[in-house]
Design a protein. Structure first.
Ligand code: IPE
Ligand code: IPE
Ligand code: MG
Length: 256
């Protein structure tokens, strides 16, 4: 949490929030500078490092970052190899810092088609941080929401076929419990950088009532100021959840 006017939340207070981020625009950031796309991805990892630190400072409770989609396999093999390499580098170089900072790492997405050495690293990151409780960093890697929803439907069908579940008992909670985000609340805020305004198969079930903020900065340029700007925008929204008036949300101070 950050300090605000007495008794009120600072407008950029992220306390308790679940923030999702679609980290987009690495390639365009690089192209604008005449650099190879890899350089954009490399700088994108630095932005991620900064963002996790900022999330912790702002009091964010859950941070879900989209780092590789099920559809990103459509990219050239060299770029895919670069992205896999950067994930390995990030875990190897940052795991200790994350561990010390109270961050619990969780990776969501398909693991079957990943190389065993990557799967081992993902498991190590989860195991070494599983007792941390300050910030949950959920990395959506090789993730696609449609695939996740299909998988949840399959799990329900299996339970019904095995006689463990009555079809009449399938409700939203039963469905959500079989998604890979089970246990985490739905995101309050989803930020997408790069100016694109779409979800690109990110958390489609969970985003039903998320506030969406689209920022015109490329991901490698994302910083604490941009993060705060997105939270300020979120705090100014009226979340209705289908009702007629504002849901009771924490009051925010007008001064920053
Ligand atoms: C986001 O940047 C990183 C990944 C999708 C892995 P992009 O690589 O999509 O960058 P743009 O959108 O081409 O600029
Ligand atoms: C979404 O970005 C996936 C990630 C940020 C990891 P893309 O760049 O893949 O999305 P599209 O193709 O522009 O929709
Ligand atoms: Mg993109």
């Amino acid at each position: 949490m950050i300090d605000g006017v007495a008794g009120m939340k600072h407008p950029a207070d992220g306390a308790g929030l679940h923030v999702g981020i679609i980290m987009d625009g690495n390639g365009r950031w690089a192209a604008a500078r005449g650099l190879p796309r890899f350089e954009g991805h490399r700088r994108g990892v630095e932005a991620l490092r900064r963002t996790v630190r900022a999330a912790n400072e702002l009091g964010v409770r859950y941070l879900t970052v989209y780092s590789f989609s099920s559809e990103n396999w459509a990219r050239p093999p060299q770029e895919i190899a670069d992205l896999m390499g950067l994930l390995k580098l990030f875990i190897r170089s940052d795991l200790h810092t994350l561990e010390e900072a109270g961050v619990r790492v969780r990776i969501i997405g398909e693991r079957d088609n990943l190389k065993p050495e990557i799967v081992a690293l993902l498991e190590e990151a989860e195991n070494r941080t599983r007792r941390n409780t300050k910030l949950d960093l959920i990395v959506a890697f090789n993730y696609g929401a449609r695939q996740e929803i299909v998988e949840a439907a399959r799990a329900l069908a299996r339970d019904v076929a095995a006689g463990r579940l009555n079809p009449e008992d399938i409700d939203e909670a039963a469905f959500a419990a079989r998604l890979c985000t089970a246990g985490a609340p739905d995101p309050d805020l989803i930020i997408r950088t790069s100016g694109e305004m779409r979800l690109s198969n990110f958390l489609m079930w969970q985003a039903a009532y998320s506030e969406l903020v689209f920022l015109p900065v490329f991901w490698p340029d994302f910083d604490r100021a941009a993060f705060e700007q997105a939270i300020v925008s979120f705090r100014s929204r009226e979340r209705r959840f289908g009702g007629v008036g504002p849901a009771p949300v924490a009051k925010v101070a007008s001064a920053s």
